[in-house]
Design a protein around this ligand. Structure first.
Ligand code: HSE
Length: 340
């Protein structure tokens, strides 16, 4: 499987490390031969056929600051040029989330789908702004658009809802979908920290978005909620259709008051009749009431009832593991075989 990797930050580099660590096992167990032929970052690209030496590209990135410092480097190469010039099976898009325009990820994904390339992305922005159109574009061109790493990091939240509950009817999905805000609320509750103290700790942990207002004002949760609404519940919505409220106004005394009543304040994205994101009070005995940076999602389906999935919601390796999951899906789809 020939891959073009766009974006070489934490997630892109983790993906390269994971491929290096697991390639022989993936080949043996799944027949998945991951060959990364191009990597693009802000400084340029590295391109080689039949494949790049990912260890060398990682070294070049760490010593030279860009993949263009690789021995196969090309300064100022553009992602859009490479999407059209390279003959690849999959474009893996890992550029940072931009919820205002979706760019540059949106253009990369559109260009790749129009050229009939399968796309795997971890970028929430393009999906939150244009998921219905992108799904339509992928279907029209008969290629896959997969994004399991956008919700829940490595925890297979989207796959569980899409695959395991496909024969049922989801009536409601709600979840704690943002590790940063859950860490902040947990620190306020368990350690009596103020919102600002807890936010500083969360930033150090490396989970927060480059712009942490996306976390604390609820927009990261909103992106994930839009993805759930479209992908799992057939709603054709984008970010502008949601009511979004973050946790910036939640005070220490509100958190302590809730605790005295056996409840916790949690930022919840919910898809029911209405679709919204807001702080809600959850019983501390409810399994949804997780602490720290975990994510938890409750699926309420008509016949199977309630199920909850809990797991780490972010992290480079965790998200890279979701990319591999999607690549396997593309592989099985391409070879029209079942798993196993
Ligand atoms: N900033 C996000 C979070 C990262 O805190 O959950 C994962 O999407």
């Amino acid at each position: 499987m020939r891959i073009l990797l766009i974006g070489f930050g934490v997630v892109g580099q983790s993906f390269a490390k994971l491929v290096l660590a697991r390639r022989s096992e993936l080949m043996k167990v799944h027949g998945l031969n991951t060959r990364v032929v191009g990597v693009v970052d802000k400084g340029g690209a590295a391109v080689a056929s039949p494949e790049l030496d990912l260890a060398e590209v990682l070294d070049a990135k760490s010593s030279g600051g860009t993949v263009a410092a690789s021995k196969h480097g090309i300064r100022n190469a553009s992602a859009l040029d490479l999407i059209s010039e390279l003959d690849v099976d999959v474009v893996v898009e890992t550029t940072p989330t931009n919820i205002k325009t979706g760019q540059p990820g949106l253009s990369h994904i559109e260009a790749a789908l129009k050229l009939k390339r399968n796309v795997v992305t971890t970028n929430k922005g393009p999906l939150a702004l244009a998921l219905p159109e992108l799904v339509e574009l992928a279907r029209y061109n008969n290629v896959a658009l997969l994004f399991s790493g956008t919700v829940g990091g490595g925890t297979p939240i989207l796959d569980f809802g899409k695959r395991c509950l496909a024969s049922d009817r989801l009536v409601m999905v709600e979840g704690i979908l943002n590790g940063t805000t859950n860490f902040i609320l947990t620190s306020m509750e368990a350690e009596g920290k103020s919102f600002n103290e807890a936010l500083e700790d969360a930033k150090k942990l490396g989970y927060a978005e480059a712009d942490p207002t996306l976390d604390v004002e609820g927009w990261d949760t909103a992106c994930k909620t839009v993805i759930i609404a479209n992908w799992l519940m057939g709603r054709e919505v984008t970010l502008k259709d949601l009511t979004v409220e973050g946790i910036t106004h939640v005070t220490k005394s509100e958190v302590e008051g809730a605790k005295r009543k056996g409840k916790s304040v949690k930022l919840v994205g919910r898809v029911a009749e209405r679709i919204d994101v807001k702080p809600r009070l959850i019983d501390r005995s409810d399994p949804l009431c997780i602490s720290g940076t975990l994510n938890a999602v409750r699926f309420v389906s008509q016949y199977a009832g309630d199920e909850i999935i809990i797991g780490k919601g972010a992290g480079g390796m965790e998200t890279a593991s979701a990319i591999l999951r999607d690549l396997l899906e593309v592989k099985y789809h391409m070879s029209q075989r079942w798993y196993g």
